[in-house]
Write a protein that binds this ligand. Structure first.
Ligand SMILES: NC(=O)c1ccc[n+]([C@@H]2O[C@H](COP(=O)([O-])OP(=O)(O)OC[C@H]3O[C@@H](n4cnc5c(N)ncnc54)[C@H](O)[C@@H]3O)[C@@H](O)[C@H]2O)c1
Length: 666
C-alpha cells in the first residue's frame, strides 16, 4: 500500500500483526499503577471501542499487558508502517489544503527526530502528548484526509470526536487537551483519567501540533540572555568576555550554551549527567567540555582575558562551580539555573557531594535520605548564589521552580517581606516587561513545500519587514526589533532546523501581521511555492494564564484567573484561525496553567489576508489589553499606540491611583 492509501484507510481492515516498541527510541517512563480493578476494566473497554468486536478477544490481552507494563495503553500494534516525518504538503491525500497542512504538522510532532518519546506519541516535556494512542492518530489522519472546507473536526484530548458541518470561515480543527472540571485537576487526576484513556496532557505545542524542535527554545533563551545582560550591563557595554553561569544540558536547558554564543558571552554550564553533556557537545550545541574543575578555571580565566565568545560544559555539580568561582573571585555577571526542580525528588535535581551514579542509587533505594540530600544541597546552592549576588551577579529564576524549592528547603532566598523571593523570575524581570507587555512573543511559521529555498525567502521577507518597522519605532521596542533582525539574518547560518522547515522570531501585533501578509503576497505571486502555516508557542503575550510564569508579572490579583487564554482561543477561532487549541497544564503542571494557541494556513488568497489581519490583531492585543488593565506600564503605552493606529479598537483603560492615598488602609 502507498502512503496515501494507508492514510485513507484509517484503522486497517485486517488486524495488523503484533508490534513491539523499538529500543532505538527513548520511551516514556512506566506510569503509576493508579487504577482500581473497576477502572482498569473501564480503561480496557474504552480502548477496545476503537476496534471491531471480532478483534476484541485478541486485543484485550494485549491492552491488559500494556496497561500493566507501561501504565497506559498506547496500542503499539497500530503504529503505522510508513516513516513519520513532515512531508511536502502535496504528498498528503486531502480534499482540503488546510487539512493537509495540519497533517504535516501532526507528523512533524511525531517525527522521531523531533519527538521525545515518539512511539508513545509524546513530543516533549515528558508528558506532552499529541494523541493518547495510535488508534486516535489513525482515525484523525483519515478524517483530515476526508474533511472539506465546510466541516470542522473536534478533538477531545487526542480523541477525534467527529467531523461536524460548519462553514468556510470556521476553523478546520478545534482542539482541547486536559480540560477538566476544576476540582478534578490535580496531578493524581491526570494519572487516573489519562490511564483510563479519557484525557491527555497536551503541554503547549505538543497537543496543538505546533512544535518546531529545539529552535523555539534556542530563540527564547537567546532573547532572555541578551535582555538579562542589558539589565546587568551599562548601556552599550558588550557581553563579550562576561560570564553567564548556569546548569543543565537536558531537553530545554541544552539550548543555554548556543543561546549564550548567539548573545556573545562566555557561558559556563554545569551538567551532572556526563551522557547529557557529551550528547550536547557531540551535537555542537556547546563548544568545550571538561570534567576537571581546575581545568575549567583555567579555561574560564583565558576566555575572560581574551573577551571570548565561547560556551563551556562542566561535567559535575553546579554548586561546585559556584563555590569555586567564589573562592577564585571570578566575576559571574549573569546567573541562573535550569535543573529540573519542578521534579526535585525523582531526578530533576542532583545533590552536591555525590556522583551521578551514587545519587541515582540513593534516589532508588533510600528516597528519604535522597530528599534530605537535595534539601541540604539547595540551602548550600542558595547561600553561594547570595555570595555572588552580593558581589554584583544578576541572578534570575528560569521558571524551573529553583526559588520555590530552595525556599521550601529553608534556603535564604526570601526577600525581607517574607512573601516575595529575593530574585526575580525570567518572566517578571525580562520577558514580561520587555517583551510580552509590548506584544512581542514567539511567532513562528512552517513552509509546507519542505524546501530550503522557501524558508530562505521567508527569512529575507521577515528581515525586510522588521527593518522597515525599525525606522520609525519608538525607543521602547526598537531593541526588540533589532534583536530579532539580527536573529533572523543569522538563523540559516545557525542551522536551527530539525524536522519541518520552520522558523521563529519575536514580533508584536504589527510585525506579525506585516510578516504574514508579506508571506501571503509572495505565495500569491508564486515566489513562495506552497502554503505557509503560521502559529506560535502558547508561551506568549495572550495565550497563557500561568501565575508563576507567563502571567507572573500581572500584579492586580488576576493572575490566578484564566479568562485571557479562553478569550484568546474563542476570539481567534472566529477571526480566521485554521485550528485552535486550549490546554490545561503546560510547562508548569496539570491544574497550574491554562494555555491556548492557533495555526493559520496562508495560501496566497484574499481570504487568507483578511483572516491573518483580523486574527493576529486580536491574538496579540487581547493580552496587551489585559496587561494594560493590570496597570503594566509597557502595555499601557502599547495599547494606547494600538488604539491610535486602529480606530476600531476601544480598550477599557485603568485610572491609576496615587499610592499615597492607599497608605492608611489597614
Ligand atoms: N528553557 C526554557 O525556555 C524554560 C522555560 C521555562 C521553564 N524551564 C524549566 O527548566 C527546567 C529544565 O528543563 P529541561 O527540559 O532541560 O529538563 P531536563 O531534566 O532535560 O534537564 C535538566 C538537567 O539538569 C541536570 N542537573 C540536575 N541537577 C543538577 C546539578 N545540581 N548540577 C548540574 N546539573 C544538574 C540534569 O542532569 C538534567 O540533564 C525545567 O524545570 C523546565 O520547566 C525552561
Amino acid at each position: 500500500m502507498t502512503f496515501k492509501e494507508m492514510i485513507l484507510q484509517g484503522i486497517p481492515d485486517q488486524l495488523p500483526s503484533k508490534k513491539s516498541r523499538d529500543d532505538k527510541y527513548s520511551h516514556a517512563p512506566k506510569r503509576k499503577d493508579i487504577l482500581t480493578p473497576t477502572e482498569k476494566k473501564l480503561a480496557i473497554a474504552n480502548a477496545l471501542r476503537y476496534f471491531p468486536a471480532s478483534w476484541h478477544a485478541v486485543l484485550i490481552e494485549e491492552f491488559v499487558e500494556e496497561l500493566k507494563l507501561y501504565g497506559r495503553i498506547y496500542m503499539y500494534r497500530f503504529m503505522p508502517d510508513y516513516e513519520m516525518y513532515a512531508r511536502p504538503i502535496h504528498e498528503y491525500p486531502a480534499v482540503s489544503k488546510q487539512a493537509a497542512a495540519i497533517m504535516l504538522m501532526i507528523q512533524n510532532n511525531l517525527d522521531p527526530a523531533v519527538a521525545q518519546h515518539p512511539q508513545e506519541l509524546i513530543t516533549y516535556g515528558g508528558n506532552g502528548a499529541v494523541f493518547q494512542n495510535w488508534a486516535q492518530y489513525l482515525i484523525t489522519m483519515k478524517y483530515l484526509a476526508q474533511i472539506t472546507d465546510e466541516q470542522t473536526l473536534h478533538m477531545y484530548s487526542g480523541h477525534p470526536m467527529g467531523i461536524f458541518p460548519s462553514s468556510i470561515e470556521a476553523p478546520r480543527v478545534v482542539v482541547t487537551n486536559g480540560m477538566m472540571i476544576p476540582n478534578y485537576s490535580k496531578p493524581e487526576d491526570w494519572e487516573r483519567y489519562n490511564a483510563m484513556g479519557v484525557t491527555q496532557y497536551g503541554q503547549m505545542t505538543a497537543g496543538s501540533y505546533m512544535y518546531i524542535g529545539p529552535q523555539g527554545i534556542v530563540h527564547g533563551t537567546t532573547i532572555t540572555v541578551m535582555n538579562a545582560f542589558r539589565k546587568k550591563l551599562d548601556a552599550g557595554v558588550s557581553p563579550n568576555g562576561k560570564i553567564f553561569l548556569t546548569a543543565g544540558l537536558g531537553g530545554m536547558s541544552g539550548a543555554q550554551p548556543k543561546a549564550g554564543n548567539i548573545a556573545g558571552c562566555i557561558t559556563v554550564c554545569a551538567e551532572v549527567n556526563s551522557a547529557a553533556a557529551k550528547k550536547r557537545y557531540a551535537q555542537g550545541w556547546v563548544d568545550q567540555l571538561t570534567e576537571n574543575i581546575d581545568e575549567l578555571i583555567v579555561m574560564v580565566k583565558n576566555a575572560v582575558a581574551n573577551k571570548a565568545v565561547v560556551s563551556i560544559a562542566y561535567i559535575g555539580n553546579v554548586i561546585d562551580v559556584w563555590e569555586r568561582f567564589d573562592k577564585e573571585n571570578i566575576t559571574v555577571d549573569l546567573g541562573s539555573d535550569q535543573t529540573s526542580l519542578h521534579n526535585p525528588w525523582a531526578g530533576g535535581y542532583y545533590p552536591v557531594g555525590l556522583s551521578f551514579e551514587e545519587a541515582n542509587e540513593m534516589m532508588a533505594n533510600h528516597p528519604e535520605q535522597f530528599k534530605t540530600a537535595v534539601q541540604v544541597s539547595l540551602r548550600r546552592h542558595a547561600e553561594v548564589i547570595n555570595k555572588h549576588t552580593a558581589k554584583g551577579t544578576y541572578f534570575f529564576d528560569y521558571g524551573n521552580a529553583f526559588l520555590l524549592e530552595a525556599s521550601r528547603a529553608g534556603g535564604a532566598v526570601m526577600s525581607e517581606n517574607k512573601i516575595d523571593f529575593r530574585y526575580p523570575s525570567y518572566v517578571q524581570d525580562i520577558l514580561g516587561p520587555m517583551c510580552f507587555d509590548y506584544g512581542f512573543g514567539p511567532f513562528r511559521w512552517v513552509c509546507t513545500s519542505g524546501t530550503d529555498a522557501d524558508l530562505r525567502l521567508t527569512d529575507q521577507i521577515a528581515a525586510t519587514v522588521l527593518e522597515s518597522m525599525l525606522v520609525n519605532a519608538p525607543a521602547s521596542i526598537a531593541q526588540q526589533l533589532q534583536d530579532n533582525i539580527t536573529w533572523i539574518k543569522e538563523a540559516e547560518k545557525n542551522k536551527l532546523v530539525v524536522g519541518s522547515k520552520a522558523r521563529i522570531l519575536y514580533a508584536d501585533a504589527e510585525g506579525r501581521a506585516k510578516i504574514a501578509s508579506a508571506f501571503n503576497d509572495a505565495i500569491a505571486k508564486g515566489d513562495i511555492t506552497a502554503p505557509i502555516v503560521i502559529g506560535r508557542d502558547h508561551h506568549d503575550v495572550s495565550g497563557t494564564d500561568s501565575p508563576y510564569r507567563e502571567t507572573s508579572n500581572i500584579y492586580d490579583g488576576s493572575k490566578f484567573t484564566a479568562d485571557m487564554s479562553i478569550h484568546n482561543v474563542i476570539g481567534d477561532s472566529f477571526r480566521g484561525a485554521t485550528w485552535v487549541s486550549i490546554h490545561n497544564g503546560g510547562g508548569v503542571g496539570w491544574g497550574e496553567v491554562s494555555n491556548g494557541g492557533f495555526g493559520l494556513v496562508l495560501d496566497g488568497t484574499a481570504a487568507s489576508k483578511t483572516k491573518l489581519e483580523s486574527m493576529l490583531f486580536y491574538d496579540v492585543n487581547n493580552g496587551i489589553a489585559r496587561r494594560a488593565w493590570a496597570r503594566n506600564s509597557g502595555s499601557l503605552e502599547a495599547i494606547e499606540r494600538e488604539m491610535k493606529r486602529s480606530p476600531n479598537l476601544t480598550v477599557t483603560m485603568p485610572n491609576l491611583v496615587d499610592e499615597n492615598l492607599l497608605k492608611h488602609i489597614q
